[in-house]
Design a protein around this ligand. Structure first.
Ligand code: ADP
Ligand code: MG
Length: 421
């Protein structure tokens, strides 16, 4: 591939000029905002660097998972340099680039460092580096032992206590080349697209993913909602509800039993909280199960709701609900909530609220209060955690999230919503 067919942004040009003048370091990190052109130029750089490397060495490309590696890097790389120059097989976990062997690996769990033990690498490419376990990265560095071996990595910023920041970026002796990319650096983007991307992020995630800063999560979580809850409150349900579900979080130890009924409008455009249940008392399992059945029946009188998602940790209670529902001949599937990563659930609702795709009926004061008052916890290591000490209502948020988790991806796709980049 010749560079003259491609037009680089100024920031990208700076990086390529360093490469051409032999100024890359052993460790090279492209970090900063989403859509800032980091991945795109990192792939150009990687293939240009690989093309100059010995053929008899092993090279490695890693991602949080093999699937995200494929989506973020392998397919774009193939598009950039053509299938003749780069081909890969995820099942074989191997690719060939200009006749060189590229191993492929996911860094998704604590055990993943075993996967790269013992190999000797001439170079490595790492996508979304902050999402890796530290052990995996330590192992990766120890494997980069061939003369002139290099790492090329990209990441979005995380909290300032993150291992990558504290132990690498901020340590002068490590001598890592860090280049900061900002969304404004990517002059190839349509300004309207940039403003729509900006609306998807709030608070700490705006600071990290848009402004490219390594900052601690503090204060309100749902800033757009908290600043103006009334904006989101409606008095009548929308007329174009396509899917209605229930989410339920069992309480205990000072937390409330909480349920919500959620509607999704046609085309996955809007998410609307339609009804809620809230009880912060010590009650018997029988009373709770009766309450739940009554809540489902109440929702079914108003909406076509046939799926309810429950906190999957409470298997005995879920079984109790299943039996009671069957006994009362209530037609509703009692399902286990997926309980995916909390940060992704949080950012999903931030995205909906930021892009004005969330509404809530006035009859749901507890959920309104929950979105208004949710705050980040002050953690020792600075990591991101939603405060859950009984002083704020997290229970309705959990229930809210369970109700939509199954649809999170497809609802997100409507606006090209993306978790990072
Ligand atoms: N120099 C360029 N020419 C054309 N398109 C570009 C260029 N740089 C980036 N892009 C495009 O801009 C978008 C965002 O770039 P990407 O590298 O994915 O950003 P990041 O990894 O920082 O999130 C992608 O669609 C990418 O293809
Ligand atoms: Mg990227």
């Amino acid at each position: 591939m010749s560079d003259d067919k491609l037009i680089f942004t100024q920031k990208q040009q700076e990086l390529m000029s360093m490469f051409k003048h032999g100024q890359l370091h052993r460790l090279n990190l492209l970090e900063g905002s989403v859509r800032s052109g980091k991945t795109w130029i990192s792939l150009i750089l990687w293939q240009a660097w690989i093309a100059e490397q010995p053929k008899n060495r092993f090279y490695l490309m890693t991602g949080k998972t093999l699937q995200t590696l494929k989506r973020n890097c392998l397919l774009p790389l193939q598009e950039l340099i053509g299938e003749n120059n780069f081909d890969f097989s995820l099942s074989a976990k191997e690719g060939k680039m200009f006749g060189r062997t590229i191993m492929l690996e996911g860094a998704n769990d604590a055990k993943s460092e075993y996967k790269i033990r013992g190999i000797t690498l001439g170079g490595a490419y790492a996508d979304e580096l902050t999402l890796y376990p530290e052990d995996f990265f330590t192992m990766l560095l120890s494997r980069l032992s061939e003369t002139g071996a290099k790492l090329i990595a990209t990441t979005n910023p995380d909290n300032p206590g993150h291992w990558l920041k504290k132990k690498y970026i901020d340590v002068p002796d490590i001598n890592m080349l860090c280049i900061k990319f900002l969304i404004g650096d990517n002059t190839t983007l349509d300004p309207e697209y940039v403003s729509s991307i900006k609306r998807e992020y709030q608070g700490v995630f705006y600071d990290r993913f848009i402004l490219g800063r390594w900052v601690t999560a503090e204060g309100a979580i749902y800033t757009t909602f908290a600043n103006d809850p009334k904006h989101f409150v409606i008095s009548e349900p929308p007329s174009d509800l396509a899917i209605v579900t229930i989410g339920f979080d069992f309480g205990g130890n000072g937390s409330a039993h909480a349920g919500v009924c959620t509607g999704i409008t046609r085309g996955y455009q809007q998410v609307v909280t339609l009804d809620e249940y809230y009880r912060k008392q010590v009650i018997s399992p029988e009373t709770l199960i009766t309450d739940i059945c009554d809540f489902i029946v109440r929702c079914q009188r108003k909406y076509k709701v046939f799926d309810a998602y429950f906190d999957s940790a409470e298997t005995t209670l879920i079984e109790g609900v299943r039996r009671a529902v069957s006994k009362r001949k209530i037609k509703c599937n009692i399902r286990n909530a997926r309980k995916g990563a909390i940060l992704e659930r949080i950012r999903f609702y931030q995205m909906l609220q930021g892009t004005d795709r969330y509404r809530i009926l006035g009859c749901c004061p507890h959920t309104i209060e929950a979105f208004s008052s949710a705050v980040w916890k002050k953690t020792k290591d600075g990591s991101d955690e939603r405060l859950d000490d009984g002083t704020v209502n997290i229970d309705n948020l959990d229930a809210q999230e369970y109700s939509t988790e199954t649809y999170q991806e497809i609802i997100g796709r409507v606006e090209n919503y993306n978790y990072g980049g």
